[in-house]
Design a binder for this molecule. Structure first.
Ligand code: ZN
Ligand code: ZN
Length: 63
């Protein structure tokens, strides 16, 4: 399950696809400058989103 947790305040969110309702899976993409970005994507290929932010930092995936 893609459950993101804020390291600052402890808030967590569960991510699901808006189109099929399935839980998103954790993935990383590499940008042109070589930095890796944590993203969540639909297992059925409906798309991917960047990890959510809270307290001005990226929330991390516990999986
Ligand atoms: Zn927070
Ligand atoms: Zn989907």
């Amino acid at each position: 399950m893609a459950s993101y947790t804020c390291e600052v305040c402890g808030m967590s969110v569960n991510m699901t696809c808006g189109q099929c309702g399935k839980e998103l899976v954790n993935d990383t993409i590499t940008k042109d400058d070589g930095t890796k970005v944590q993203v969540s994507k639909c297992p059925d290929g409906h798309g991917k989103i960047k990890s959510p932010m809270c307290c001005a930092t990226d929330m991390t995936c516990a999986v």
